[in-house]
Design a binder for this molecule. Sequence first.
Ligand SMILES: Nc1ncnc2c1ncn2[C@@H]1O[C@H](COP(=O)(O)OP(=O)(O)O)[C@@H](O)[C@H]1O
Ligand SMILES: [Mg+2]
Length: 271
Amino acid sequence: MPDVILKIEGLDKSFALSRNSRLGIAERNLVVNDLNMTIEKGCITGLIGGNGAGKTTVFNLINGFLKADKGNIFFNRNGEIISCHSMKPHKIARLGIGRMFQGAQLFEDLTVKENLILSFVDPVTEVPFYNIFRSRRYRKLMHDADSYILEKVCGSGEYAALNNLMDVKAGSLSFAQQRMVAFVSLLWGKKDLLILDEPTSGVHETEWPWMGEKLKEYCHNGGAVLLIEHNIEFISNYIEQCYYLSSGKIMFEGLTQNVLSQPDVKKDYLA
Ligand SMILES: Nc1ncnc2c1ncn2[C@@H]1O[C@H](COP(=O)(O)OP(=O)(O)O)[C@@H](O)[C@H]1O
Ligand SMILES: [Mg+2]
């Protein structure tokens, strides 16, 4: 699978609903039902569907927060096909999968710059994460990261939204600004595949084209992106391939415009 970065095969995930006390059997809610997906390098792929369709659960399965009942996920690391079955989240992150959550997930007591610097370092090393700012091993990396940030953020207009925010504590930013920092931090994290859960949510619409172009650039440089999105303008403009999920099953897949034109998608999702 040379151009495929992630392959999901026959994935099932159910959650216990309630226990039938008479029979002692737990009733289960099948939230992801025989899911098959292929994510290609150099491409922005979308996972769309109504509320409760199972989209975030799919992301939790991909990054190892949840374990599938059945099926498997394969990751292509430079030609080596790796089964992610039962792999812990930190191992999956180290394989090269980065995730942006629905919230901001920043270190609120650290400044924006410190949060961004953390995107350069690997938290799963012999150096305890909390010690990163004090460790000698990382001092050089910190210095390089600092220069990179100065050049990228302050020296060019490329990250204009973050200018003047570098020394501000992340916790005192607006939600929109926090989302932007989380987005940039993910882009800088040197991952091969980014999975983003509604990246434009809470972000001002003037920033959407910038985010879309950044994702395109990321894919152009060999990365791959899978994103959950409700923002139809963003989907139409930036997502090339699309999967439409309904009750845990892929109902439609293919070129975004074709998927969006399906009457069921229009009725259920665009209404
Ligand atoms: N940890 C969990 N335990 C039980 N039910 C869950 C859990 N996570 C998600 N669900 C259920 O799975 C379904 C799909 O949820 P989710 O994946 O969050 O949907 P989406 O992201 O498409 O809105 C929902 O009915 C939700 O209540
Ligand atoms: Mg969700």
